[in-house]
Design a binder for this molecule. Structure first.
Ligand code: 5GP
Length: 119
């Protein structure tokens, strides 16, 4: 799959579209989901042209991969989600229902999320 730079998260990275920013550094941006599915629902994205999990792990430099997951942990701490827990989700491809083709991880928390639903 070729990366399409017109996707909504690429536009957020280019600041063409506003977002409710939670954290940013040179490599990663975290912002609130526009349609939250939990009291805390944050999207964490690498700053790079990666379509999904596979693309990121096949093509991103090891340092960026390391920095990405290190930052997810920082955001979890910043949101005070460690004590009561949280869920990380990444959708990949058509069967997952992935809507935005820029690699992202959903961080959900702030209530008991129940069991994982697969419908
Ligand atoms: P996916 O199904 O691709 O894993 O999830 C994409 C997520 O992006 C959805 O949860 C959706 O609510 C969120 N989203 C879509 N457009 C926007 C937007 O313009 N701003 C923000 N903050 N989130 C968005």
């Amino acid at each position: 799959m070729l990366y399409d730079s017109s996707n909504i998260f690429a536009r957020i990275l280019r600041e063409e579209i506003a977002c409710d920013k939670v954290f940013e550094n040179d490599h990663v941006l975290a912002f609130k989901d526009i349609s939250p599915q939990a009291p805390q629902h944050i999207l964490i994205i690498p700053k790079g042209d990666y379509c999904n999990f596979h693309d990121f792990h096949e093509n991103a430099p090891a340092l960026l991969i390391n920095e990405f997951y290190r930052t997810i942990r920082l955001v979890i701490q910043q949101c005070h989600l460690e004590k009561n827990g949280y869920r990380l989700i990444t959708n990949c491809g058509v069967d997952s229902g992935q809507i935005v083709d820029h690699y992202h991880v959903h961080l959900l928390g702030g209530k008991n999320l129940g069991s994982l639903i697969v419908s």
